[in-house]
Design a protein around this ligand. Structure first.
Ligand SMILES: [Cu+2]
Length: 663
């Protein structure tokens, strides 16, 4: 549903209303949705996404992605059935580390769709820091130096279910040689209303951001670009967790240098330097019946360098990446007993991850019909707790030397493309990669998981987890009937999952016990996704999407947890002049394939109907105005998604209205 809306929005807000352009834009979206893309920075841009569309909605529209929610916003990305630890999530190439041990601050939660330019999602490429299953890069808007210009944008959005108000403003100015963009936004939402008419306590959210980007064209024909983002959240409720967030802040800065056509063979170079700081403070003081009050602050920072090059050599196209970064995560917890006693511990003992990686890719066009691409690389990581108290804490469980982890991780991938005729493209991708365990998996100290009610303990002796994969896709991106289908098989060796340890007692009051991460022999996640579209010449469009994923822990012959059930989305669109209307139907099957050893419960099926009306008017000189009216969950169904933690219900009927003006 969101996909379809998004496509209409794209068409309308992109300011090009004729049919051919719709075709092109839909192509872009199709391409974007083809998760099988292996290009690390291949940009599928959807400039000027509509104001009412939250970044979460855009993410949800990408093939392969489902969202795990613990609150009304800032959901965690799950790509092909796996989430954070197995993915590299970046903002304009910048690696940022979360500062919350409970995953309340996924990287994407810091970004507004108003300043998002592109989403680049790949399930077959990995970065130097963590993941082995894929990358999600959220590109931010930047000003341009093509011509002198001045542009002001304003958007105002409203949602009935949570009385959410979202205001965004940006101003850009350029003289053809240098340009600057300033943007700011404010989001406020109350507790949202569920399908049963009641409000969900602790689902409010508040955030604001300031963004500055500047670009300068140098005399040498190179470009210097800088981005700065500050995002602040406060009084953010997390209904799926036992506590909320009183304050969360992110500041990031990057400086890029790029130049094209350095010589006949050296086509492009791009150098990026970045740094970021994240702060996170949890708060249980507003909750009723807190047995034991706790303070749980966390902080993280990152600093890094990325160098990317493109060459033409021996009749082939080459790409190289070199990256190095240092990521630091620290979190502590103070528990206050009823008799004034305190207990202090480090939940992340100042974990430092120093990583470097080098990758090389070569593309060979065998003939106009066949294209082969091979990518290989190696990454090095040194991970260790830096805090002395934290090291002592862990010395109870393991030898001190085992706390310093060094590893080399190779990766190799082969992609083969076949262009059958001008309409059809078939692609196969085959490869392997490894990941380091995350800070929580290695050194997390009694992290309470509200979803299953256990305290989680890290394991410094974990082996790196391997992934071997095969993806097949078929795409027809032109003509009246279009389709895009992907089949994937991800096989994991040394799969990391927690298991209950009997002789340990829980730290958190009310927890059922302790689980510790360990390497299981094998797991496999396989899935299929298809999208079919039918476009008429008179403004009518039909769409059908299907999605199915299955995950198995082979060594214990059990289903994996947190796997989205089968879902289907059907939509009909009609467009005339400046208006477009759509109606869509969404069916999500029950999820009965659940993890027994993690005590995951089954989720019933549900049906949803959504409607949308969008009006867009082009004024002279690239000015435009657009109005967007929608009703999601028209019949006010009371339901929850399988991936929502603690079974928190989703929003009931939600009327969304927004206006956007570009001057
Ligand atoms: Cu938190």
């Amino acid at each position: 549903m969101k996909t379809q809306l998004f496509i209409i929005l794209l068409v309308l807000v992109s300011g090009r209303i004729n049919a051919q352009d719709e075709v092109n834009i839909i192509n872009e979206v199709l391409l974007k949705e083809a998760v099988v893309s292996s290009s690390k920075n291949g940009i599928d841009s959807f400039e000027r996404a509509a104001p009412a569309v939250k970044l979460d909605d855009l993410l949800q529209s990408v093939q392969g992605i489902n969202l795990i929610s613990r609150s009304s916003s800032g959901n965690e990305i799950s790509l092909q059935g796996v989430s954070s630890e197995r993915l590299d999530i970046t903002i304009s190439g910048i690696r940022i580390a979360e500062a919350c041990t409970d995953k309340m601050d996924p990287i994407n939660s810091n970004i507004s769709s108003f300043i998002t330019k592109s989403l680049d999602v790949s399930a077959t490429s990995t970065g130097p820091s963590s993941g082995n299953t894929g990358t999600v890069n959220i590109g931010l808007i930047t000003p341009h130096t093509r011509i002198p210009y001045v542009r002001t944008k304003f958007s105002q959005g409203f949602q009935s279910t949570s009385l959410a108000r979202s205001t965004n403003l940006s101003f850009e100015k350029g003289n053809g040689k240098q340009a600057v963009l300033v943007a700011a936004g404010l989001n406020k939402a109350e507790n949202y209303r569920m399908g049963n008419g009641q409000r969900l306590d602790f689902s409010q959210t508040n955030s604001a951001y300031f963004y500055l980007a500047a670009v300068k064209k140098l005399k040498s024909q190179g470009y210097l670009e800088s981005k700065f983002l500050f995002n602040k959240g406060w009084d953010m409720g997390f209904p799926a967790l036992p506590m909320d967030v009183s304050s969360a802040g992110l500041a990031m800065l990057s400086v890029d240098y790029s130049k094209k056509h350095l010589s006949d063979h050296w086509l492009k170079t791009e150098l990026k330097f970045y740094t970021s700081i994240v702060n996170h403070v949890m708060d249980d003081t507003k909750r009723p019946n807190v047995i034991m009050h706790m303070d749980m602050p966390g902080r993280s920072n990152s600093i890094g360098l990325l160098w990317e090059n493109k060459f033409k050599l021996l009749g082939k196209s080459w790409k190289s990446w070199f990256s190095t970064n240092r990521i630091f995560q620290y979190a502590d917890m103070t528990m206050y007993g009823s008799e004034g006693d305190e207990m202090f511990m480090l939940t992340w003992p100042g974990v430092e991850n120093f990583g470097s990686s080098a990758e090389l890719e070569v593309t060979t066009m065998l003939n106009p019909k066949y294209c082969s691409k091979v990518k290989g690389g190696v990454a090095y990581n040194l991970i260790r707790p830096t805090d002395e108290l934290g090291r002592q804490q862990w010395s109870v469980f393991t030898e001190p030397y085992a706390l310093n982890r060094q590893s080399y991780r190779p990766q190799l991938q082969w992609e083969f493309k076949y262009f059958k005729n001008s309409d059809w493209t078939f692609k196969s991708e085959l490869g392997f990669s490894y990941r380091n365990p995350s800070s929580s998996e290695l050194f997390g100290f009694y992290l309470f998981n509200r979803n299953d009610g256990f305290d989680y303990l890290g394991n410094p002796t974990l082996k790196n987890e391997g992934r071997q994969y095969l993806q097949l896709s078929a795409q027809k991106g032109r003509g009246v009937l279009r389709t895009n289908s992907t089949l994937f098989v991800n096989h994991y060796s040394n799969f990391i999952q927690a298991r209950q340890i009997e002789d340990y007692s829980a730290m958190t009051p009310g927890a059922f016990g302790v689980r510790q991460y360990e390497n299981m022999d094998f797991a496999v996640i396989t899935g299929i996704e298809t999208k079919v579209k039918w476009l008429s010449s008179y403004g009518l469009k039909l769409e059908q999407d299907l999605k199915f994923i299955k995950g198995m822990a082979l060594s214990i012959n059990e289903h994996l947890a947190q796997i989205a059930p089968f879902s289907s989305k059907s939509a009909v669109f009609y467009k005339k002049n400046n208006s477009q209307i759509s109606l869509s139907y969404e069916y999500t099957a029950q999820q009965a394939l659940v993890s027994k050893s993690l005590n995951e419960d089954q989720t019933p099926s549900f049906h949803l109907i959504h409607m949308a009306y969008i009006w867009n008017k082009q004024l002279s000189n690239n000015r435009e105005i657009s109005i967007d009216l929608r009703c999601n969950n028209l019949f006010d169904r009371f339901y929850h998604n399988h991936l929502s933690w603690n079974n928190i219900p989703s929003s009931g009927r939600n009327i969304i209205a927004s206006i956007r003006v570009t001057l």
